[in-house]
Every structure is written in structure tokens, then in C-alpha cells.
Design a protein around this ligand. Structure first.
Ligand code: C2E
Ligand code: CA
Ligand code: CA
Length: 426
């Protein structure tokens, strides 16, 4: 059988083939997969020469794999990186981690003595296969993932696979892919939710809320994909699409002689960190010829609080151009009232869960009423989100907040339905 010239271990394709055979033929035996590498290995080549680098790789192979009776198969896919299949018998996960940690520490000490000018750390990702029919490729991916999760953490030398972190990370991949393909299929949509006067029910504005559809046309909820796009930074691209589609919708509504009211857009924190947000908005305004009074920009309370100076300057500039700034989700974070007082904003949107919690008991009602009064006397306009019932509408109106957005009036709906129901003049 073909072998690696340096270590006599199997090349990767044979390792995978043979490991799969073993797993298939021994469904009841317990196995683990490891992915191991030596940090700063390349400096051995650089400082001591290739021959010393090769010697180190051979010694690693001998110590961990060919000379290790528990190791059944191993491979060196490249440089100093190794994969192995280990028969673990009745050894528990903690015991296995301890065995590997021991070996890694011994080897690190040994190699450190020989090359004192380089700092070494052996990293092993460990995955204990739960069901042998899973196959070796998936098991290797998981061991690799386990290693990636703690790489850089010098206090650990063997990391065990964490299925929750893995699910989370595959979720990031899936939703990022879902967004990219929705974008290619032009399946990123804007839904609109009306804002209404609590006393008269009159339609006074709307919030634009982004949606993506999968290839079967099912709508994926923003609660699911927005936090992921925020983490990867792609949210900026998403917001750009929503912004342009909203401007285009408003233009069409104006051209059709509709009952057009201000529309608010959610601006994520990352949009402020990239240069050019103001220019982008101004360019869209010019392209679609939209009066500034029809555009509101929602910035969450947390965004404001976390990066005050930077965001404040941008918000001030946007207001100078005539746009309205809303502080979104007020009450959901830990803001200081003195800080809120100086925010360059026009409207405060009371967070739905905060408002609902307050309306739930007498003291909460007093608190909410006080907050509404204070915010109004400072000069803010107030809107309450998430109003669902007649009772909530009545109470919030009595507390002095006349603008509401919530399921009580309507859920967010596709652009065409919204246009028909609210914009087109009867
Ligand atoms: P948000 O900005 O606080 O938007 C309001 C959310 O409350 C919307 O959820 C809306 O459907 C929901 N809602 C409205 N009325 C009620 C009600 O009466 N009861 C309850 N329980 N919920 C109500 P949605 O559309 O699922 O959006 C969730 C979040 O995703 C938004 O929260 C916003 O943070 C984010 N988001 C949505 N679209 C965009 C976007 O285009 N860009 C960015 N950056 N974020 C967006
Ligand atoms: Ca919002
Ligand atoms: Ca909100």
C-alpha cells in the first residue's frame, strides 16, 4: 500500500478508505478521531533547517501514531498536521482527554528542550464517534472543528468536540448560504408593518422589515437569520438591498398617487462602522427622488449606547439632511436616562417586551407613565411597538402614547398587500 515517504503513514485518501472499512465492519467498537498539529513547526525549518523539520515530523509520527498501540490508522495530510483513528475501548471521554494531554505535554517538553528558541504547543482536536455509521469524513470534520475552537488558547492542548458549538457554526454556514442564494434569486423581500394612531386608528407610517425566502419560497424569519448575518458582517449587504427596495417602493407609491407616509428602516451597527452610510442614503434619495421627511432610520438603543460618539455624529448628520432618527428597542438594554436625553434622535420606540412587562402590573404602569412623560418633556416623539390587544392599546394611549405599531393593527406584510391595503387611495 502507498505510504508517506517521511512517516510511513497512509496518504489521506487511503486513510479515509481504510478507516471507513473499519468503522463499517466493527459497528460495536468505540473509536475516536484526532486531528493534531504542532504550533510554530515551520520555524524549525526556518531556524534549524529542513532536516531538523523532517526529523521532528518523524518523531511526532512515531510518538503519537506508529508507536502508539491504541492508534489503528493515521495519516499526515500535509506538513505537521496528522489525523488518526484510535480504538478507545471502555475509556471515558475525560480519560481519553487526559491520555492525549499527557502525550502532548511530554512531546512539547521534549521538543522544547531541543529547540529552545521556539515556543511550541501541540494542539489536538478530539471527536469520539457516537455511531460508527456516521463515516470517517464527518468524524474528521468534527475533530478538526474541535481543534479550531480552542486554537490559540495556550492552556489547552486537547479540545473535545462540542456539538452545540458545531450546530451553531453549521447554522451560520447554512444561513449565510441561504442569504447569498436568495440574493441571486432576487428572493430578498421587504415586508411592511403599519404604524397607527392609537386614538383614531389612522395609518401614520410603516416599518420596513427584511425577509428572505428559501428556494421553495418559504419565508425565513429575521429572528433566525439577522443575528447570524450580524455576526458575519454580511448584514450590511442585506440592509443595502432592503434600503434600495424600500426607496424604490416609495417612489412607485408616490408615482401612483398613493397615501404615502414615512417609512422607517433598520440600520444595523455594522452599517455605521463601514464608511459611506450617509453617502449611500443620499445617493438612493437622489436616485429615487424621495423627500427626506418620508425616511426614518431606526438605530437600536444598544448601538447608540455602545458606540456613542461615532454613531452620534452620523445620526446628527442624517438629521441635518432632514431624516428622522428613531431609537429602536428602547427599554430592552441597560441605558442611562441621562445619556438618552442627549441622543441626537427624534423618536423613541418603546420595546414591545418592555412595554408589555410594564403594563402587566401597577408599579410597571407608573414606571412606564413616568418614562413616557419624561421622554415627551425632553422633546421626543414616542411610539410603542408590539401592541397586540385592545386592552394594551387602551392603556398605552391613556399613558400618553398615541402612536403604536403591533399585531393589533396588522402583522408585517408583503409590499404588494401593504400597498393595496394602506397606500392605494380608495
Ligand atoms: P425590530 O426592529 O424590533 O422589529 C419589530 C419586530 O417586532 C418585527 O419582527 C415585528 O414583526 C415584530 N412585531 C411587530 N408587532 C408585534 C406584536 O404585536 N407582537 C410581537 N410579539 N411582535 C411584533 P421581525 O420582522 O421578525 O424582525 C425581527 C427583528 O429583525 C427586527 O426587530 C430587527 O431588529 C431585525 N430586522 C428586521 N428587518 C431588518 C432589516 O431589514 N435590517 C436589519 N438590520 N434588521 C432587521
Ligand atoms: Ca426596528
Ligand atoms: Ca424594535
Amino acid at each position: 500500500m502507498e505510504r508517506d515517504y517521511l512517516t510511513n503513514l497512509l496518504p489521506l485518501h487511503l486513510f479515509l478508505r481504510e478507516a471507513d472499512k473499519i468503522l463499517k465492519n466493527n459497528p460495536d467498537c468505540r473509536y475516536a478521531v484526532t486531528v493534531t498539529d504542532l504550533s510554530n513547526f515551520k520555524y524549525i525549518n526556518d531556524l534549524y533547517g529542513m532536516a531538523e523539520g523532517n526529523r521532528t515530523i518523524q518523531e511526532m509520527a512515531e510518538k503519537f501514531f506508529s508507536g502508539n498501540p491504541r492508534c489503528i490508522l493515521a495519516s499526515r495530510p500535509y506538513a505537521d498536521q496528522f489525523r488518526s483513528l484510535i480504538a478507545i475501548g471502555d475509556v471515558s471521554q475525560d480519560e481519553e482527554v487526559a491520555i492525549i494531554t499527557n502525550m502532548n505535554t511530554e512531546f512539547t517538553e521534549y521538543i522544547q528542550k531541543r529547540y529552545p528558541n521556539i515556543y511550541f504547543h501541540v494542539y489536538t482536536g478530539l471527536y469520539i464517534i457516537e455511531d460508527n455509521s456516521e463515516g470517517i469524513r464527518s468524524a474528521c470534520d468534527k475533530a478538526h472543528f474541535a481543534k479550531k475552537c480552542f486554537k490559540g488558547n495556550l492552556s489547552v492542548t486537547c479540545g473535545i468536540f462540542d456539538s452545540n458549538a458545531y450546530k451553531d457554526s453549521s447554522n451560520v454556514m447554512r444561513l449565510t448560504h441561504e442569504f447569498q442564494s436568495a440574493r441571486e434569486r432576487d428572493s430578498v423581500y421587504v415586508y411592511y408593518q403599519p404604524k397607527c394612531s392609537a386614538s383614531t386608528g389612522e395609518f401614520i407610517g410603516a416599518e420596513a422589515l427584511g425577509r428572505i425566502a428559501d428556494k421553495d419560497g418559504n419565508i425565513i424569519s429575521p429572528g433566525e437569520f439577522i443575528p447570524v448575518l450580524e455576526r458575519t458582517g454580511i448584514i450590511g449587504d442585506f440592509d443595502d438591498i432592503i434600503m434600495e427596495k424600500t426607496f424604490a417602493d416609495i417612489r412607485r407609491w408616490i408615482d401612483n398617487g398613493g397615501n404615502v407616509k414615512p417609512v422607517s428602516l433598520n440600520i444595523s451597527r455594522i452599517q455605521f462602522l463601514k464608511p459611506g452610510l450617509i453617502d449611500k442614503i443620499l445617493a438612493l434619495q437622489k436616485k429615487y427622488d424621495i423627500p427626506s421627511r418620508l425616511i426614518e432610520l431606526e438605530i437600536t438603543e444598544t448601538t447608540f449606547i455602545e458606540s456613542v460618539d461615532f454613531i452620534d455624529d452620523t445620526a446628527r448628520e442624517l438629521r441635518r439632511h432632514g431624516f428622522t432618527i428613531d431609537v429602536d428597542d428602547f427599554g430592552s438594554g441597560y441605558s442611562s436616562l441621562s445619556l438618552i436625553a442627549t441622543l441626537p434622535a427624534d423618536t423613541i420606540k418603546l420595546d414591545c417586551s418592555f412595554a408589555r412587562q410594564c403594563l402587566d402590573n401597577d408599579k410597571g404602569v407608573i414606571l412606564l407613565s413616568g418614562i413616557i412623560n419624561i421622554l415627551r418633556s425632553i422633546g421626543f416623539d414616542i411610539i410603542c411597538e408590539g401592541i397586540e390587544t385592545e386592552c394594551e392599546r387602551q392603556r398605552i394611549m391613556e399613558l400618553g402614547c398615541d402612536k403604536i405599531q403591533g399585531y393589533y393593527y396588522d402583522r408585517p406584510m408583503p409590499s404588494a398587500s401593504f400597498e393595496e391595503k394602506y397606500i392605494t387611495k380608495q
